[in-house]
Write a protein that binds this ligand. Sequence first.
Ligand SMILES: *Cc1c(COP(=O)(O)O)cnc(C)c1O
Length: 351
Amino acid sequence: MSKFMNEKYCRLEAYTPGEQPQDKKYIKLNTNESPYPPSQGVLDAVNTDAVSLLNLYPDPECKNLRRTIAEQYTVEEKNVFVGNGSDDILNFAFMAFCGKDSPAAFPDISYGFYKVYAELHAIPFTEIPLNGKLEVCVRDYIGINKNIFIANPNAPTGLTLSLDDISRICESNKNNIVVIDEAYVDFGAESSVNLTKKFDNLITVMTYSKSRSMAGARLGFAIANEEIIKDLEKIKYSTNPYSINRLTNLAGIAALKDNSYYVENCKKIIEAREYTKVELQKLGFELTDSKSNFIFTKNSNIDGEMLYKKLKEKGILVRHFSKDRIKDYVRITVGTKEQMDALLAAIKTVI
Ligand SMILES: *Cc1c(COP(=O)(O)O)cnc(C)c1O
């Protein structure tokens, strides 16, 4: 750290992204990307004509993109906010709605960025422990008078909440916002999007990074009441109005038009997930009933960090978290069936 760093950030612990090694080719099962490329429509949209317009700023309102998203989710354009990845949107939500007198709350085991954003903006926060089965315990969120951030399915457990549960949380925290982070919703949870018509404090956040094969494009969106969207816009226009570049904008529109391609890919990933779960169980692994594109698993014969290391030596990257409560586990992204077979073969030689 330089001597110039603002004092308020000196003790900030930044988020550690999963490894993106450039040195050699791994079977990459560590950051929950899709194993499948973007659809043909996306490849066609990002063409020479599009690139040759990069001398011009993009549309700051992202009108076409927001209209396309609104159509897909049967909401109005004014209910849609787009951001540079859903990380950007989560950050904006912390900035816009949380503060000294409106603290945040999220599960103790969840997406690591929630805590980072809270600390970045000096927002008081409570980490609410998952129960013994690593589930979000809805009771703990009823009427708590805090801004709530929950991933559904949760990361890295893959466990889901029902829409009933989400309704109860929104209903009982009317003076606070409830952010449901649906990064993995397309792999087996129910989306809360329709509840945004009923609850003016609910923000449903989604991303193109996982089920839509566009992690490299950086695009996410939020659906909420019009007033909430305006608040998010205010933060966006106070930081970077052009956060969605021209190419990503076009790719985002094209991807939604090819929806069936992505639905098909999700089906394949779900099949590979269920297959891998069964095979891992046969090998003595314990796992959560993940409804996501990753598996969260442990084996009493090998600790999580060791398994991670051994697999890396064999050219397979998975994710290990050093946090005490989950340090026995690894999180394995579900890839193609072939990748899962390679993983299982490697695991057999390791345990
Ligand atoms: C991957 C992920 C995100 C971030 O997605 P981007 O759109 O790539 O920024 C947000 N929340 C959760 C729970 C995630 O797993």
